[in-house]
Design a protein around this ligand. Structure first.
Ligand SMILES: Nc1ncnc2c1ncn2[C@@H]1O[C@H](COP(=O)(O)OP(=O)(O)OP(=O)(O)O)[C@@H](O)[C@H]1O
Length: 309
């Protein structure tokens, strides 16, 4: 599959001279879910705004579906559905009329069959004649998505789709995004919940201070940066690491009852077999083992901290 969005050396300086994007290049493949992660002020909203034609770019090029956002903004924008973070609905309007109206804004003729499919896929069909003010917060969010899909865009931007949403609704939203992808829509989401990126994204782009630090397949990323911690519970606590076991990446807990061993998941040899046998030789009996994987959150924090250092 080819790139549906192509961003090349994108620069944005605001009128006060602040450089919010410093030469961002990124290709987004058709049909993928890509998560944009970055701390507050990293440039995520500016980047989305530039692709959607809401922010005037000061350098570089962006094409959506082959259409340049500066030279052919209407065609480029027609490929995109944007779901902003804040819910903005005419609360006295019915769901059906809101969605129909938004489609009209794109200069498209009515297509009630398409809108019916969209509302059904979002479990809003039964609510079509309700005024927006009669809907729950989760339903209002889904109406925002229905509006963004009303002109059948190829690309959907979700800006913080589950900010302030409870766990159940968050899971519903994840299922919905997967369904959208299955229907061929490319999804770009920004999120502060790294768990969300870990759960959903095919690829992750980390952005900081207006620059892309990394774009990588999520599975590769976890493998490349991921670490595992193995905790060994000792049958009898010790006061110090036995001689010969220093310098092996082992840490003794304060109570002397646990040894923690950190290793790279990508390493060819983890050294665990050797470690266990060396512990036995040193007279330490292990009662139990526990292992935990570093999360995408650890990877993200490490990356941003390294950049800050
Ligand atoms: N209109 C503007 N004029 C000047 N500076 C701006 C303007 N809009 C944004 N900025 C600055 O550009 C930088 C990037 O902002 P942006 O909103 O893109 O970040 P973000 O990654 O979306 O942050 P958040 O996660 O907090 O939403 C910030 O330092 C911000 O203060």
């Amino acid at each position: 599959m080819g790139a549906i969005i192509s961003i090349t050396d994108l620069r944005k300086s605001y009128d006060n001279g602040f450089q919010a994007l410093k030469g961002v290049s990124l290709d987004i493949e058709e049909g993928e879910i890509i998560a944009l992660l970055g701390p507050n002020g990293a440039g995520k909203t500016t980047l989305i705004g530039a692709v959607c034609g809401l922010v005037r770019i000061t350098g570089g090029t962006v094409t959506v579906g082959g259409h340049d956002v500066v030279h052919d903004p209407r065609r480029a924008r027609s490929q995109i559905g944007l779901v902003p973070q804040e819910i903005a609905l005419d609360i006295f309007e019915t769901v059906w009329k809101s969605v129909r109206y938004t489609r009209g804004l794109f200069g498209l003729p009515p297509d009630d069959a398409h809108l019916e499919r969209v509302l059904k896929s979002l479990s809003l069909w039964d609510k079509r004649d309700n005024q927006c003010k009669e809907l729950s917060g989760g339903m209002k969010r889904r109406v925002m998505i229905a509006k963004a899909l009303s002109h059948a865009p190829k690309v959907l931007f979700l800006d913080e789709p589950t900010a302030g949403v409870d766990v159940n609704l968050r899971r519903d939203m994840w299922a919905l995004v997967r369904e959208l992808r299955a229907s061929g829509v490319t999804v770009i989401l920004t999120t502060h919940y790294i768990e969300e990126a870990e759960e959903m994204a095919d690829r992750v782009a980390v952005i900081n201070k207006g620059e892309i630090l990394l774009v990588e397949d999520k599975a590769h990323l976890m493998k490349r940066f991921g670490r595992k911690l193995l905790t060994l519970e000792l049958a009898e606590p010790v006061t110090a690491l036995p001689a010969g076991l220093e310098g092996r990446g082992l840490t003794l807990s304060e109570d002397g009852a646990h040894l923690v061993y950190g290793y790279d998941t990508a390493a060819e040899h983890t050294g665990i077999t050797r470690l266990i046998s060396d512990l036995a030789d040193a007279g330490l009996r292990v009662r139990d083992l526990d292992s935990e994987k570093s999360s995408l959150e650890d990877v993200f924090l490490r990356l941003v901290e390294e950049e800050q250092a």
